[in-house]
Design a protein around this ligand. Structure first.
Ligand code: 6PG
Length: 503
């Protein structure tokens, strides 16, 4: 395995490049430009070589690009240990590039996958390449095309040795917040892509909550999109300050040039998804972590996409309150109540996302530093927000925090918001406005708070129909009641083998 290395000084590397990018679609091209702008010699390659020439023709003056028209020349143009960043579509395309690259590389070289790969694919690839003496780094890069160019949040996994060689360049091109780069070593093998996946899951939840807040103001109060844009602009100067709240105002203020209608009214109301939110929920189910906010966001997108079923329901006209609006006293202060409900629901969604990172870190032995994840999400990424400073403070204050909701600041903020939160969920139910994000977050909060849950009845039912046993509150061990006999209770074993969630 490679010795601990650092980026060779320009004089040491001769005329070889510090790092290479293969895959020059917009994200790859912008990442290469970002690297070049920071003074690193960057080798560039693309399967369609015209893209290489276009990049150099259009942006060659931004820095030291080393164009290649073949993978062999590309690899040969790199200083050792070679650092190759792959920016191609997740899945088979990534495997195809890796298969072409590996024979050209030497022990200690580093292959970086900066796409949205599934973390299990990254774990597999990291194992495979390690057998060839190569480092494989799955890294999340968040911030979209603009972020890749101007400064993303970067979440690299892989071996510590690879980060020693790669980290300085990645920290150089990541955005800085308070002088701290939004990039840090996340942990081994798939840790980086896992954290990026959860980032995207939280992004889904965040966007769903914003959409529900918009719908409550639009359908509940009859406000126009431009006025709701003003509300989001106001909210963006307070605790809800964030990239997503900021761009919500921009989208809602936008008027469609062709029709003169609000842009949001000419967009088909069926949300699509590339899959990272879905992966987050699938992983959470395996880990036993209730990411209800992210799950409701994924399912809300699926429901919105069920065009045929929705049309059948509209044609039949399923009964429910519709066209009703809040008036008079009911409408008084409702805008601010929605703001408070949005904030409280957002705390729940982030708390759940960090719980999932905690559980995965324990499951896979990654040692992920949650405070550092909040730190590198403060800028560059899609969920960047003032809020993340608070999350960083919470984990800095208590690295073993059992839930973000237990942090004094968040516990107090949610308590202050809960009357409004309950009012908004109640109003949504009365008005027939779907608010699965707000209501599931409140249900999660109430579930977490309860000293006794109805799960005791679930255990009793499972024992009756399936003899699945249960534990008692007053005695160790597991038990089964003879429901078909004399209702006596049998002890099944003395070991506490109840199947609990892993955290
Ligand atoms: C980011 C974004 C990026 C991508 C989303 C879109 O962090 O820069 O999250 O990864 O735009 O994954 O995902 P959906 O199409 O699933 O909404």
């Amino acid at each position: 395995m490679a010795e601990t290395t650092t980026t060779p000084a320009a004089s040491d590397r001769g005329d070889l490049a510090d790092v290479g990018v293969t895959g020059l679609a917009v994200m790859g091209r912008n990442l290469a430009r970002n690297i070049a702008r920071h003074g690193h010699a960057v080798a560039v390659h693309n399967r369609t070589s015209s893209r290489v020439d276009e990049l150099v023709d259009e942006h060659g003056d931004e820095g030291d690009f080393r164009p290649s028209h073949s993978l062999e020349d590309f690899v040969a143009s790199l200083a050792k240990p070679r650092r190759v960043i792959i920016m191609v579509k997740a899945g088979k395309a990534t495997d195809a590039v890796i298969d072409e690259l590996v024979p050209l590389l030497e022990e200690g070289d580093i292959v970086v996958d900066a796409g949205n790969a599934h973390f299990e694919d990254t774990r597999r690839r990291e194992r495979d390449l390690r057998e060839h003496g190569l480092h494989y780094v799955g890294t999340g890069v968040s911030g979209g095309e603009e972020g890749a160019l101007e400064g993303p949040s970067i979440m690299p996994g892989g071996s510590r040795e690879s980060y020693d060689a790669l980290g300085p360049i990645l920290e150089d091109i990541a955005v800085d917040v308070d002088g701290t780069p939004c990039c840090t070593y996340v942990g081994p093998d798939g840790a980086g892509h896992f954290v990026k996946m959860v980032h995207n899951g939280i992004e889904y939840a965040d966007m769903q909550l914003i959409a529900e807040a918009y719908d409550l103001l639009r359908s509940g109060l009859g406000m126009e999109p431009a006025d709701i844009a003003g509300v989001f602009e106001d909210w963006n100067s307070g605790d809800l300050e964030s990239f997503l709240v900021e761009i919500t105002a921009r989208v809602l203020r936008h008027t469609d040039a062709q029709t003169g209608k609000p842009f949001v009214d000419v967009v088909v109301d069926q949300a699509e998804q590339k899959g990272t939110g879905r992966w987050t929920v699938q992983s959470a189910l395996d880990l036993g972590i209730p990411v209800t906010g992210i799950a409701e966001a994924v399912f809300a997108r699926a429901l919105s996409g069920a065009a045929g079923q929705r049309k059948a329901v509209l044609d039949k006209g399923l009964a429910g309150p519709s066209g009703v609006r809040l008036e008079g006293e009911d409408a008084e202060g409702f805008v601010d109540a929605v703001r408070q409900a949005l904030y409280a629901s957002k705390v729940v969604a982030y708390a759940q996302g960090f719980d999932q990172i905690t559980a995965a870190s324990a499951e896979y032995g990654w040692g992920v530093d949650r405070g550092m994840m909040a730190t590198i999400w403060r800028g560059g990424c899609i969920i960047r927000a003032r809020f993340l400073d608070r999350i960083k403070e919470a984990y800095d204050a208590d690295e073993h925090l059992a839930s973000l909701l237990l942090d004094d600041y968040f516990a107090s903020a949610v308590d202050d918001a809960q009357d409004a939160w309950r009012r908004v969920v109640s109003a949504a139910v009365r008005l027939g406005i779907p608010a699965p994000g707000f209501s599931s977050a409140l249900a999660y909060y109430d579930g977490l708070r309860r000293d006794r849950l109805p799960a005791s009845l679930v255990q009793g039912l499972r024992d009756l129909f399936g003899a699945h046993t249960y534990r008692r509150v007053d005695t160790e061990g597991t038990f089964h009641t003879l429901w078909g006999g004399d209702l006596s209770e049998e002890r099944q074993d003395t070991a506490d083998q109840g199947s609990h969630s892993p955290h």
